[in-house]
Design a protein around this ligand. Structure first.
Ligand code: T3D
Length: 250
């Protein structure tokens, strides 16, 4: 059985992390399969939105720790460069929105993959834990980049050093995630967000993602130039012309 089943409906690609008996901890196979799913999403123009979620009671417990103890393990340096870093690059460079639907616990690399997505929402019973410090590691998979930008340096530092678990409500309050939903309406609420995104002008969304990312390294001056360039391209898209015409007619 696939460790990341994948299906496409209504222009939304749904990728499910699927090792529920291990809380969807990443072994090598699942990490490589997720990479390949993200490549498929990049290639397929009919896909407008990508949704990543987990099977069972977890989103993902991060690296499968039993695999680290395996003699065939390629070593920590390779795990990051071959498995997690490409996942983060593929999510952030995809020119379509990626939604993380956090259905349960998200720990370690699982939590940080979630934070690298464009919109991260959670069910009320979900929780987040950096978990790395407990086992003597540093937060990876972009955690030291995303978390301080989302919640501020002090909170990020404390959450990472203490490996403190935070609830979905706390995560929303501190700006780590966009929203949480009651468990009963979580799936339908996530679907609504995805369908809404799939029906929006794709070029504008792709350039919004690009502009936000550029802001991480640009000065204000250069960011204004970036916005100017991207806005001209967005304004040149057929979607813009159609939407404005429809608005004016109405
Ligand atoms: O080289 C490198 O590895 C660098 C990359 C590192 C990236 C990372 O992600 S490092 C961080 C790795 N993750 C963790 O340290 C989290 C470990 N898990 C936990 O702390 C807890 O399981 C949770 C807080 C996530 C959930 O706790 P709880 O009480 O709800 O569940 P549990 O009973 O601990 O786990 C349920 C099962 O899942 C259990 O298996 P069993 O006993 O029923 O057969 C447990 O062993 C398994 N499991 C949970 N997390 C992992 C795991 N198995 C392998 N790897 C895991 N990460």
């Amino acid at each position: 059985m696939s460790s990341t089943p994948f299906n496409v409906a209504d222009h939304v690609a749904r990728i499910t992390l699927n090792r529920p008996e291990k809380l969807n901890a990443f072994n090598r196979e699942m990490a490589l399969e997720l990479q390949s799913r993200l490549d498929s999403c990049a290639r397929d123009a009919s896909i407008k939105v990508v949704l990543i979620t987990g099977a069972g009671r977890a989103f993902s417990a991060g690296q499968d720790l039993s695999e680290i103890c395996n003699a065939e393990n390629p070593g920590i340096g390779k795990i990051l460069s071959e498995l997690y870093n490409p996942i983060i690059h593929k999510i952030t460079s995809l020119n379509k929105p990626v939604v993380a639907a956090i259905n349960g616990i998200a720990a370690g690399a699982g939590a940080n993959i979630a934070l690298s997505c464009d919109i991260c929402v959670a069910s009320k019973s979900a929780s987040f834990i950096q978990a790395f410090s407990k086992i003597g590691l540093i937060p990876d998979s972009g955690g030291t980049f995303f978390l301080p930008r989302l919640v501020g340096w002090q909170k990020a530092s404390a959450l990472m050093m203490l490996s403190e678990k935070v609830t979905a409500a706390e995560a929303m309050q501190m700006g780590m995630i966009y929203k949480f939903f009651e468990d009963e309406v979580f799936e339908s609420s996530v679907n609504e967000i995805c369908i809404q995104l799939a029906n929006m002008p794709a070029t504008g969304l792709a350039y919004t993602k690009r502009a936000l990312q550029a802001s991480f390294h640009n000065s204000l001056h250069n960011q204004l130039i970036e916005e100017d360039e991207l806005q001209q391209q967005a304004a040149g898209s057929p979607e813009f012309a159609q939407r404005v015409r429809a608005f004016v007619k109405k």
